[in-house]
Each structure stands twice: as structure tokens, then as C-alpha cells.
Design a binder for this molecule. Structure first.
Ligand code: 2P0
Length: 318
């Protein structure tokens, strides 16, 4: 079982698509509100992997990504059998809600255990990375940094120890729809065509350094400011891609306006947005009801309040 994470300093762009090595290091918060539970069994005699998500067979590109990952586990473990994979998501899949972060972290944990591999957490993070970049971070709970690294060994995630502070994310669910362009395609297109990509990579180095300092101090305003500028910068790289990639909807902008109004009214609230129209708003737990009510009124969205989630782990044999 693994929980989703939301990046405060984003990963956007691979310098090695096969090994999933990113151009930038990233830093995230694992959330308690959404998770994936996955079981894997290797079956003697079966010809084909059997993969279900929420009880439905997984097909097409999604299936290919999972079977590629199982092939990697088979290669590393020496297993040859086909697998039965059953996954259940509490998070809408493919809607920019980081379902692949919890999905591939849970799969890496379950598949490596079923194959008899005994991986420490760093090795598990490196394995999860090969399924989906953000999954490297969901191996750990709380705040997590994924070091970009320069090869398979040096690109892994680890926890960031911070001063304790009660930061939560109000998740503003604007759309549950499957996004039109996957993150993988959108980031490749951005790297290849956006003139703003390289300046963003450069500014991301400063954002990460500043974020570490802000977390050490437990300074929510600094954490929020850095997260918001980094996310809007990432979306700017997509707006400048040719043709543009635009995940934001009118309701996304309404939530951003609302967050600004909340700040003007003295409430510390900051927005971050991933590859979809949904917005996550960072604030103190004490302000979460005020923030959630304001963004619902401003945009008609549904809200969930999420705190820090745990490490990926085995629950009831899963
Ligand atoms: C992140 N996102 O840091 C960034 C910010 C979305 C926006 O990681 O191609 O599903 O599988 O490595 O991890 C979403 O991309 O991409 C993502 P792949 P992934 O959370």
C-alpha cells in the first residue's frame, strides 16, 4: 500500500526516459487522504500477466506500462512466471491527482516482495522510479526529496526531516476526467519545444535550496510562496510549448483568485497545481475549513483535506 504525494518543487522532464532520470531534483509531501492498495502473485504455468484496477482489466498503454515494470522485476529477480496484479485506488486515475505515484510505489513494493527481492527503502525508491518518476517519492511518508542523480544508482528519494508544523493540503477537486495528454507525453513535448523549460530548470535549483531552508524553519509562508512560484513556473513552461499544453480550466483560475483573496484577508494559503486542473492549497490545519469553504464557494469544486501520509508498507498481506 502506498499514498499519493504532491510535489512542492516539481519534477517535469526526463533526461533519460528509459531509466526515468529527471532533469531536476524535486520535493514532495506524501498525503494521508488517497492511496493505492496492490497485491501481486507470480503464477506457475500462466501465459500472460493478469492486471486489474478497481476490479476492471487494465488495457492499452496503461497495461503496457505495468507489464514493462513486471518485466523489469522479473529481470532483476530471475523470476519467469506471469503475474496476477490486483490494484485498488482511492484516487481518481489519470486526473492529475498523482495516481501513478501511489500506483507504482505500491506495485514496486508488492511485486518485489512477491518475487522474493529484499530491497531496502532506497532500492525500492529506485525501482518505483522506473515505473513512474513521482512514485520514487511515495515510498516515503511526510516530506521527501528525490535527488535527480546522474544514473540509476544516484537517482532516489529519501525523507526530509523538518521542524514539526501542521501544514495540510486542501485538495480542490475540479475535474475527475482523464486528462487529454499524459504527464509523460506532456513533459517530453515541453522539454523538446518550450523555450521556457531551461530557465525553469535553472530556477528550480534555487527553489529546492530555498524550500529546504523554509522547511527547516517550519515557515509555512515561505514554503507556500516557493511551492506556488515553482508550480506556476512549471505551467508557464507548458503554456510556452509549441503547441501549448494547457491543463488549467476556468475553475482552476477561480481557485487561484480565491487563494489570493484569502491571503489578502490574512489567511496563509498557497496553491500548487500538477498535470491537471485540480488545485492543492497549502495552509495551517487550523485554517483548513475556512480555506475549503472559500474555494468551494468560488469554484463549485469538491474539497478534501489531507495531512502528511505514511511510508509505503505492507497491510493485511498487501
Ligand atoms: C510531480 N508530476 O513532481 C510532477 C508535477 C506532475 C506535475 O510527477 O512520466 O506520472 O510516469 O515519470 O510521475 C507526474 O508525472 O510521470 C508528475 P512519469 P509522473 O509530481
Amino acid at each position: 500500500m502506498a499514498h499519493i504525494n504532491v510535489a512542492l518543487v516539481k519534477y517535469w522532464g526526463k533526461r533519460d526516459p528509459k531509466l526515468v532520470l529527471p532533469w531536476t531534483s524535486s520535493l514532495s509531501l506524501t498525503l494521508d487522504a488517497f492511496w493505492t492498495t496492490t497485491s501481486v502473485r507470480f503464477r506457475a504455468g500462466a501465459m500472460e500477466d493478469r492486471i486489474t484496477l478497481d476490479g476492471q482489466p487494465v488495457i492499452g498503454e496503461q497495461r503496457r506500462r505495468v507489464t514493462d515494470f513486471l518485466d523489469l522485476v522479473r529481470l532483476k529477480s530471475g523470476r519467469t512466471n506471469a503475474a496476477v496484479v490486483e490494484s485498488v485506488n482511492t484516487v481518481p486515475t489519470g486526473a492529475g491527482l498523482a495516481s501513478s505515484s501511489s500506483g507504482f510505489a505500491a506495485l514496486a513494493l508488492a511485486a518485489s516482495a512477491a518475487a522474493g527481492m529484499e530491497l531496502d527503502k532506497r532500492a525500492l525508491s529506485r525501482l518505483a522510479r522506473r515505473g513512474s518518476g513521482s512514485a520514487a517519492r511515495s515510498v516515503f511518508g511526510g516530506f521527501v526529496v528525490w535527488h535527480a542523480g546522474h544514473d540509476d544508482d544516484s537517482s532516489y528519494a529519501e525523507p526530509v526531516h523538518t521542524k514539526r508544523f501542521d501544514l495540510v493540503m486542501v485538495v480542490a477537486l475540479i475535474s475527475f476526467d482523464h486528462k487529454e495528454m499524459t504527464s509523460s507525453d506532456a513533459m517530453r513535448h515541453t522539454v523538446e519545444t518550450s523555450p521556457l523549460f531551461w530557465p525553469w530548470v535553472e530556477s528550480s535549483v534555487t527553489d529546492l535550496k530555498d524550500m529546504h531552508a523554509a522547511l527547516k524553519l517550519g515557515d509555512l509562508d515561505a514554503v507556500g510562496e516557493i511551492a506556488e512560484r515553482n508550480a506556476l513556473g512549471m505551467h508557464a513552461t507548458m503554456f510556452a510549448a509549441r503547441p501549448a499544453v494547457r491543463y488549467l480550466k476556468p475553475a482552476t483560475i477561480a481557485v487561484l483568485d480565491c487563494v489570493l483573496d484569502l491571503r489578502r484577508a490574512g489567511v496563509s494559503a498557497y496553491a500548487t497545481i500538477d498535470a491537471g486542473p485540480n488545485v492543492k492549497i497549502l495552509c495551517h490545519r487550523a485554517h483548513s475549513s475556512t480555506v475549503a469553504a472559500a474555494v468551494r464557494a468560488a469554484s463549485g469544486c469538491v474539497t478534501t483535506v489531507a495531512g502528511a501520509g505514511p511510508d509505503a508498507g505492507v497491510v493485511d498481506g498487501r
